[in-house]
Design a binder for this molecule. Structure first.
Ligand code: KG4
Ligand code: ZN
Length: 361
C-alpha cells in the first residue's frame, strides 16, 4: 500500500510517500528563513509560502520515490505525476492541530488531488503523527522496531507538551499536558529575548553545551503537583526577570551559562513528570518525539532516567523525523487505512486547528 501524505500544520511544507512504515520520500521545505526576521511564525506568510511551494514539494516527493522504487512508479519524464498517482492508494493529510491558514493549504491540496486522481483521503492528527514518528523506517525497513504496547509518549514541540498513553494502534489517552506555554515555545521565547533568533531551541542547545547549568537555579514548575501536567509560563517569566537585571556585559559573558541553566530547568520539569507517569502507570517503554526531542541533552537525560527505572526509551530514528514532516502522517494513515478510517464526506472535510488527540478505534 502506498500513501502520499501532506503536512502543512505550521512552518514546514512537507510531502511524503510511504509504504507501511517505510519512507520512500519525505520532502520538507522549511520556512524558517521567511519567519526568522519576525522572531516567530507569521500565519499569513506561512499560508502564502505553503501555497507557493506545495506543488513543487509533491513533485519532488514523487520523483524521490521513483528513485527508490522504479518498478512501481515508472520513470520520470512527461506525465509522470498522473502515472505515479496510479500507484498511490490513499492521500493522508494533517487536519489539526496547527495554524488554521497553514492547515487549510494542505487540506485543499489533498481534496484537489483526491478528486483529480480518484483517491480516498485519510485524516490524521498531527500529534499522533509525532507518536508514530518513533516507528518510522527507511526504505529498506530499518530499524525493525516491532510494536510492543503499551507505551508512554512524551511529546515535546513548539505547540505541545503532552504525556500520552499509547495502548494500541490509534488508541491514546492524554495523561497530562501543558497548562500554558509548550516547552519548545518557552525555549523560543527565551532565545528571542536573548536576541538569538528563531527557532530558539537548537541555538540554546548549542550554547548550553559550553555552559554551566548550575550558574542559576531557575524554578522547576509544577514539581510539587501530583498531576502530570506541565507549565512553562512561570519559568519563562523567572528567566525574564533574571535576564533584565543583568548588565549587558554580563549577559554576553554568561550567555552559555544562561542557556544551560534555563535548558536544564525546562528539561528537568519534563523528566520529573515522565518519572511520575512511569510510576503511576507502571509503563516502562517510553517514546520521546516532537521538535524538542532532537535535543541531544534532553535525550541523554531521558535515557538516564528511563534506564534507572529499568525501562527503555525510543526517539525517532532519523533527526528530520523529530520536527514536522509528512512521513509520520503517512505512517499513521497506513494504520488508519487498515481500519478503513477515511474521510466520508470530502466536501465537508475541514481543518480543526485545536484538534485534540483522540482514539479512532
Ligand atoms: O515539532 P516541531 O517541529 O513543530 C511543532 O509542531 O511545534 O517543533 C518545533 C520546536 C521549536 O520550538 C524548536 O525550537 C524546537 O522544536 N526544537 C528544539 C531543537 N530543535 C527544534 N528544541 C531544543 N533543541 C533542539 N535541538
Ligand atoms: Zn509538530
Amino acid at each position: 500500500m502506498f500513501i502520499l501524505s501532506i503536512d502543512t500544520s505550521c512552518d514546514e511544507t512537507s510531502v511524503a510517500v510511504t509504504s507501511g512504515r517505510r519512507i520512500l520520500a519525505n520532502e520538507i521545505y522549511s520556512q524558517i528563513l521567511i519567519h526568522k526576521k519576525w522572531g516567530g511564525v507569521v500565519p499569513h506568510l506561512a499560508k502564502r509560502a505553503h501555497e507557493e511551494r506545495i506543488d513543487l514539494v509533491i513533485e519532488e516527493a514523487l520523483k524521490k520515490s521513483i528513485v527508490k522504487n522504479k518498478n512501481l512508479f515508472g520513470r520520470k519524464g512527461e506525465n509522470f505525476i498522473p502515472k505515479a498517482f496510479e500507484r498511490i492508494d490513499y492521500i493522508g493529510v494533517t487536519y489539526g492541530p496547527g495554524l488554521a491558514p497553514a492547515l487549510e493549504v494542505g487540506i485543499r491540496k489533498a481534496k484537489e488531488l483526491a478528486k483529480k486522481f480518484n483517491k480516498k483521503i485519510i485524516p490524521v492528527n498531527h500529534m499522533e503523527g509525532h507518536i508514530y514518528s518513533c516507528f518510522a523506517q527507511n526504505s529498506r525497513g530499518n530499524p525493525a522496531r516491532p510494536f510492543n504496547f503499551p507505551y508512554l509518549a512524551l511529546l515535546v514541540s513548539g505547540g505541545h507538551t503532552e504525556l500520552v498513553r499509547f495502548d494500541n494502534h490509534l488508541v491514546y489517552t492524554i495523561l497530562g499536558e501543558t497548562l500554558d506555554d509548550a516547552v519548545g515555545e518557552a525555549l523560543d521565547k527565551v532565545a528571542k529575548l536573548m536576541g538569538l533568533g528563531y527557532p530558539g531551541g537548537p541555538v540554546l542547545e548549542r550554547l548550553a553545551r559550553d555552559g554551566d547549568q548550575s550558574y542559576h537555579k531557575f524554578p522547576r514548575p509544577m514539581k510539587g503537583s501530583k498531576d502530570l501536567n506541565f507549565s512553562y509560563a512561570g519559568l519563562k517569566t523567572s528567566f525574564f526577570y533574571h535576564f533584565k537585571k543583568l548588565k549587558q556585559k554580563e549577559r554576553l559573558n554568561r550567555i552559555n551559562d544562561l542557556a544551560a541553566s534555563f535548558q536544564e530547568a525546562a528539561f528537568d520539569s519534563l523528566c520529573i513528570k515522565l518519572e511520575r507517569a512511569m510510576r503511576q502507570t507502571g509503563i516502562k517503554r517510553i517514546l520521546l518525539a516532537g521538535g524538542v526531542a532532537a535535543n541531544l541533552h534532553l535525550r541523554k537525560k531521558a535515557r538516564k532516567l528511563v534506564k534507572a527505572m529499568d525501562g527503555e526509551v525510543r526517539f525517532p530514528a532519523y533527526k528530520n523525523l523529530c520536527g514536522d514532516n509528512a512521513a509520520m502522517i503517512g505512517i499513521v494513515a497506513y494504520y488508519k487505512a487498515k481500519e478503513d478510517v477515511i474521510v466520508e464526506d470530502v466536501a465537508r472535510f475541514d481543518r480543526v486547528p485545536r484538534l485534540r488527540l483522540n482514539s479512532t478505534k
